[in-house]
Write a protein that binds this ligand. Structure first.
Ligand code: CAA
Length: 260
């Protein structure tokens, strides 16, 4: 499939995915979502990619939402299908067995805020603005916003943001835990790459299993969650990287992980 609206670049062991429809503020139409879906196959299968950054092209927006021009004439079944498509792609990103960092500048609204929330870590610029403006368009959030926002910031704040459809500036996003870090505009990609490379320098299987354990554990009771942790912890001892990491510590030398 030829990719028109998303760009994949690789730098060493990190991948940079750019949503590239700057004239429409990177709004997500179904074509872009399908391309992103295809691109997730590559992210999954490329064993040399250890961590991923998702960002938006241009200097105005990460993503200004799902494409309103495409949505405006949908009927009930088409609306449902559009939501299922977005949710499926975002869930694949959330479940990708590699850490995903959202690098957010400008508007992250509706589907943009929802994509950012499906990522593992969010780095925003001082110019970032978040929001779920859907009720102002006569719809509910449809790519996970009714579910993930509450999981990130709590039910009360989530309801306030969704019901009022107000925008949340970067400093508030940091305060309520919607983003991990706020940086200057010029530093965004540098910071995101620094974090992606820091993660990529650790044992990739251990990072992957940590993500799996955290994600699964958040969906169940603490006893089941701690069993997941014991399972993932145990699995690490079948890896070469565990032997290498601990040998390097004991021998006081630099480690060299192989993703094995
Ligand atoms: N869908 C389609 N096109 C969009 C868009 C969107 N979500 N957001 C912006 N655009 C387009 C505009 O139509 C405009 O195109 P033209 O130049 O062809 O007219 C271009 O991007 C630039 O946008 P503006 O001229 O509006 O830029 P601005 O700086 O004046 O305003 C903005 C920026 C406040 C983000 C404004 O564009 C806006 O409010 N966009 C819509 C935001 C929104 O409501 N997002 C939620 C969508 S619903 C959703 O996402 C549902 C879901 O959960 C799945």
């Amino acid at each position: 499939m030829e990719l028109k609206n998303v760009i994949l670049e690789k730098e060493g062991n990190i991948a940079i995915v750019t949503i590239n429809r700057p004239k429409a503020l990177n709004a997500l139409n179904s074509e872009t979502l399908k391309e992103l879906d295809t691109l997730v196959d590559t992210l999954e299968n490329d064993q040399d990619i250890y961590s991923v950054i998702i960002t938006g092209a241009g200097d105005k927006a990460f993503i200004a939402g799902a494409d309103i021009t495409e949505m405006k004439d949908l009927n009930t079944m088409e609306g449902r299908s559009f939501s299922i498509l977005g949710n499926r792609v975002f869930r694949r990103i959330e479940n990708l067995e590699k850490p995903v960092i959202a690098a957010i500048n400008g508007f992250a609204l509706g589907g943009g805020c929802e994509l950012a929330m499906a990522c593992d870590i969010r780095i925003a610029t001082q110019k970032a603005k978040f929001g779920q403006p859907e009720v102002g368009l006569g719809i509910t959030p449809g790519f996970g916003g009714t579910q993930r926002l509450a999981r990130h910031v709590g039910i009360g704040i989530s309801k306030e943001i969704i019901f009022t459809s107000r925008m949340v500036k970067a400093d508030e996003a940091l305060r309520i835990g919607l983003v991990n870090k706020v940086v200057e505009v010029e530093k965004l990609m540098e910071e995101a790459k620094l974090m992606a490379n820091t993660i990529a320098a650790n044992a990739p299987i251990a990072v992957k299993l940590s993500k799996v354990a955290i994600n699964r554990g958040m969906q169940c009771d603490i006893d089941t969650a701690l069993m997941y942790e014991a399972e993932t912890f145990g699995q690490c001892f079948s890896t070469e990287d565990q032997k290498e990491g601990m040998a390097a510590f004991v021998e006081r030398r630099d480690k060299s992980f192989k993703n094995k």
